[in-house]
Design a protein around this ligand. Structure first.
Ligand code: FAD
Ligand code: FES
Ligand code: FES
Length: 483
C-alpha cells in the first residue's frame, strides 16, 4: 500500500490549495473546515453558532467530481475534519459572486429582504446555493427541507423562502456552471492518485484510505483508531467533549462503500452511503425508511452521515436501527481476509456496544425484500419535528395471513439502553386476529416490557405511554390497509 504523507489538496476559490500539516503545526488533522476557514481574515463569512450541527451558520458547499460532472452538497463545516475535503471543491459565501456581481441566491436575499442581523445569513445563502445547484423550480417542501438545518431567529423564513423560489427559477448559467470543466479537471488531477493519505503529527495520526483494500489493511494495522464515516457523531467528541482523537481512520471517501443496488431478494446498501443518497434511493423501494429519513437531522447532516455510522454508533436512539430490525436487516462485516454477515439485532450488544471485531469494518447493510403481505412502518416522536433526536422511535413490521398475525416485529428506540424488540408483546399478538381489542391488550403487556430512562427529553411514564400509542397508531394505519 502506498501512502502520501501529511499533505492534502482541495480546490478553494477556483485554485488548488495544498495543506501540509508538517509545515503548519497550528493545523491538526482534526481541525474543522470551519476553524480552518475562520483562521483567514478573508473567510469570516462562515460562522460558528453552535459547533454541533444544529444551527447551519457554518454551512458551506462541497462539490465532487463524478466523471466530469460536479455534484454539490451543503454541509456543516463545524463537523468536518479538514482531510475529509481532500479531492473536493470547497465553496464558501465569499466565493459566490462573479466579479462583483452577486450570485442569484445572494441577489434574491437582497431583493426579498431575507436578512436582518445577518449572523445566519451566510449559512442560509450557502443552503440556498446548494438548493440552486440541485433543483430548478423546487416545490415548497424541497425548499423547506433545504433550510431545515439553518436557524434564523430574526428574519423569519417567508422572505428566505421567497428568495429561494425566485433564485431557483433562474435559467442563466452561473459562474460555477461556466467553470465546471476547469474545476472538474483540477479535481481529477488531485484524485488521480489513489494512494491513502497519512497524516502523522506529534499528538494525532490520521489515516484516509481511498480504496476498500487500503481501508481494511489500515483497520487491522490501527485497531484503536476511531472510524469516521461522515463524522456527524465523532466530530462532537472533539468540538463538545474536547476529546483528543489520537487516531482516526477516515473512510468517508472509499467509493466502493457508497452504493445502493438490489437483486430479486435483497437491497444492498454500502455502509458509506450517506443518508441523503439513501433517502433518494428509498423513496419507492423502502418507503418506511424514506419516511424516517425525512425527519433525520437536516440536509446538511444527511449529506455527511452514513448508514454505517448510524449502525456503528449503536445509539439507543439511532433512528435507522429499530426500522432496520423490523426489516430483518443484516450487515456485512469485513476484515482483510474474512467476511461475515450477521443479523443487525445480534450485532448490537448494549449501550453503544457492538460485536465489531478489532480488524473489521461494517461494509454493507442488506435489507431482504419482504413478502407482499408484510407491511413496515416507522415512527419518530421528538420535541420538534425537524432536526431533533428521538424521544421514542419505532420500526414495526406485520405479516398477516387470513386476518391472523403470522409475524410481527415491534422494535423501539429510546425505550432501553439499546434499540430493542418488544418480544413478549410480539409473542402475545402472534397467531391472533389483528383486532383493536387484541392490540389494546398488547399495549398493557408492552408497558411492562420496558423500563426506559427519565432524562431531559422525557420521563419514563411518557415514554411508555408513547410506545403504547405508537402500537395503537400502527394498528389504526394497518387495519384498513386491506391486507
Ligand atoms: C445536528 C445533528 C442531528 C442529528 N440527527 C440525528 C437523527 O435525527 N437521528 C439519528 O439517528 N442520529 C442523528 N444524529 C447523529 C448522527 O448524525 C448519526 O448517528 C449518523 O448516522 C452517524 O453517521 P456518521 O457516518 O456521521 O458517523 P461517524 O461519526 O463517522 O461514526 C460514528 C461511529 O460509528 C462507527 N462507524 C462509522 N462507520 C463505520 C463502519 N463503516 N464500520 C464500523 N464502524 C463504523 C465508529 O465507531 C464511529 O466512531 C445527529 C447528529 C447531529 C450532529
Ligand atoms: S456552527 Fe452550528 S451547525 Fe455548525
Ligand atoms: S437574520 Fe438574524 S438570525 Fe437570521
Amino acid at each position: 500500500m502506498s501512502s502520501r504523507h501529511d499533505i492534502i489538496q482541495f480546490v478553494l476559490n477556483d485554485r488548488v490549495v495544498t495543506v501540509d500539516f508538517n509545515a503548519n503545526p497550528e493545523l491538526k488533522p482534526t481541525t474543522t473546515v470551519l476553524n480552518y476557514l475562520r483562521s483567514f481574515p478573508f473567510h469570516k463569512g462562515v460562522k460558528e453558532g453552535c459547533a454541533e450541527g444544529d444551527c447551519g451558520a457554518c454551512s458551506v458547499v462541497i462539490a465532487e467530481n463524478h466523471g466530469g460532472k460536479l455534484t454539490y452538497k451543503t454541509i456543516d463545516s463545524c463537523l468536518v475534519f479538514l482531510p475529509m475535503i481532500h479531492g473536493k471543491q470547497l465553496i464558501t459565501v465569499e466565493n459566490l459572486a462573479d466579479s462583483g456581481k452577486l450570485h442569484p441566491v445572494q441577489q434574491e436575499m437582497v431583493n426579498q429582504n431575507g436578512s436582518q442581523c445577518g449572523y445566519c445569513t451566510p449559512g442560509v445563502v450557502m443552503s440556498l446555493f446548494g438548493l440552486y445547484k440541485n433543483h430548478h423550480k423546487p416545490e415548497r417542501g424541497v425548499i423547506e427541507d433545504a433550510l431545515t438545518g439553518n436557524l434564523c431567529r430574526c428574519t423569519g423564513y417567508q422572505s428566505i423562502i421567497k428568495a429561494a423560489e425566485h433564485a431557483c427559477s433562474c435559467v442563466d448559467a452561473d459562474k460555477f456552471q461556466l467553470h465546471e470543466v476547469k474545476i472538474a479537471s483540477l479535481l481529477d488531477e488531485i484524485n488521480r492518485d489513489k494512494s491513502a493519505v497519512e497524516i502523522n503529527t506529534p499528538t494525532q495520526n490520521y489515516y484516509k484510505p481511498l480504496t476498500l483494500e487500503d481501508a481494511l489493511a489500515m483497520r487491522r494495522r490501527h485497531p484503536h483508531a476511531t472510524i469516521v464515516g461522515g463524522a456527524s457523531d465523532t466530530a462532537l467528541r472533539q468540538t463538545k467533549k474536547r476529546e483528543l482523537l489520537a487516531e482516526i481512520l477516515d473512510i468517508s471517501d472509499v467509493a466502493e462503500l457508497q452504493y445502493f443496488v438490489e437483486d430479486e431478494k435483497v437491497f444492498k446498501i454500502g455502509a458509506g452511503l450517506n443518508l441523503e443518497q439513501l433517502k433518494s434511493n428509498s423513496i419507492e423501494k423502502l418507503p418506511a425508511l424514506n419516511k424516517m429519513l425525512q425527519v433525520f437531522g437536516s440536509l446538511q447532516i444527511r449529506n455527511l452521515a452514513t448508514i454505517g455510522g448510524n449502525i456503528g454508533s449503536a445509539s439507543p436512539i439511532g433512528d435507522t436501527l429499530p426500522l432496520l430490525i423490523a426489516y430483518k436487516a443484516y450487515i456485512k462485516l469485513q476484515s482483510p481476509d474474512s467476511e461475515r454477515v450477521v443479523r443487525l439485532d445480534n450485532f448490537i450488544r448494549g449501550y453503544r456496544l457492538t460485536d465489531l471485531h478489532y480488524d473489521e469494518l461494517i461494509t454493507a447493510v442488506y435489507i431482504p425484500k419482504l413478502p407482499d403481505n408484510t407491511i413496515v412502518h416507522s415512527y419518530k416522536v421528538s420535541k420538534r419535528k425537524d432536526l431533533d433526536i428521538s424521544t421514542v422511535s419505532g420500526g414495526f413490521s406485520l405479516q398477516l395471513e387470513d386476518g391472523l398475525v403470522k409475524e410481527i416485529i415491534l422494535a423501539f428506540g429510546g425505550m432501553a439502553d439499546q434499540p430493542k424488540q418488544a418480544s413478549e408483546t410480539e409473542r402475545y399478538l402472534t397467531s391472533k386476529p389483528w383486532t383493536r381489542a387484541n392490540v389494546e391488550h398488547a399495549m398493557k403487556i408492552l408497558v411492562h416490557e420496558f423500563t426506559p430512562l427519565s432524562d431531559a427529553r422525557s420521563g419514563e411514564e411518557y415514554r411508555k405511554l408513547v410506545a403504547g400509542n405508537l402500537l395503537l397508531k400502527f394498528y389504526a394505519e394497518t387495519s384498513t390497509s386491506g391486507l
